[in-house]
Design a binder for this molecule. Sequence first.
Ligand code: NAG
Length: 410
Amino acid sequence: MIIQLIELCFFVCILYIFNGIAEAAKRGSSGYFNVKDYGARADGRTDDSKAFMAAWKAACSSTGAARLLIPKATYLLGPVQFHGPCKNVPSITMNVQGYIKAADLNKFRPSEEWVQFGWIDRLTLSGGGTFDGQGAKAWPYNKCPTSRTCRLLPTSLKFVQMRNTLVKGITSLNSKHFHYGLVDCTNFRATGFKIIAPDESPNTDGIHIERSTGITIDSAKIGTGDDCISVGHGSKDLFIRGVTCGPGHGISVGSLGRYHREIDVSGLVVADCTFVGTENGVRIKTWSNPPGSSSANNMTFRNIVMNNVRNPIIIDQTYCPYRKCASASSTPVKLRDISFQNIRGTSATRTAVTLHCSKNSPCKNVKLQNIHLDYNGMQSNAAGSSRKAVSSCRNIKAAYRGTQIPPPCR
Ligand SMILES: *[C@@H]1O[C@H](CO)[C@@H](O)[C@H](O)[C@H]1NC(C)=O
């Protein structure tokens, strides 16, 4: 009897030990971290921020390649920071299979982002899941479209000082402010992803990029209320390929020249993209009275289809949304080496090509080759001969080759 008891105990103990080892393996010692093992309730109502941060901390401070899993379920998440460096982790994958809902605006401190990744090398964010910024409740609090000193609402996915990042198959829905924000990133690729917000949502830029180098954005569908992709100052070597934009404001370089000490933009290729019903197609926009001096150069826009776009091709160096900007003393942002090639489709306004450069510093070396943009005749007062698309130019002598519809400025 006693021997049997000892045997049973022994057996149970062994089981218990094995179980413990399996648990530990699951909880990370083999590089696998599941937010549910760190207390995520995954009921869509309880704030799971603490569990996400705990799982991140464990993953980031582990040894070897780490994998953080957010399984299929609905989560409520306040502002979280996934920060490195992760010293002994050569690469870290965040596999998001779940549906993650943002907390309400009152859970955020001023200028706090929603999900912030920072100072990490070799992060992969993948898994087919969704980040839902729950923006509709926050948009009425965004005063930025009319006020210069407004509170910026949280960006959904912010990347700061990241190196070698891959974002794949993630959906961003209804961000409170920008969907993605990149600052000081090197070698970042986002591919096969979706961005969704309504036409009228304020400042919901799809991807805003600043002071970053080596950025690839491809195979994406971006429909939102503001710029599809906005390329800010200090952006270098960007490739945007196979992106469909609409609704929204199109792909924009700028606004440049708002602040002191802005860094130049150089090396941008936008290729094989489609714009559907957007405010702009490809745009370069600079403030009319920059406080500092900077330039944007070496930008190519090619193989682009415009479908009912209000301003398919536009350079605008007169941007000034808030107040009087006329100032003879300021140095305009210098624009040069810009090429538009194989751009076709329809314009929703008569002026399909707008090239408005600065008087103090005319644009240099701008080429247009094989442009075919028809006015779709939808403007209310259009009739007869005014149904043809036109170009509008200021302070520029562009070089033209191949087909030119609308005809070049004379
Ligand atoms: C222009 O930009 C492209 C893309 O980044 C780059 O490959 C090329 O070297 C740049 N050309 C010059 C002259 O800087």
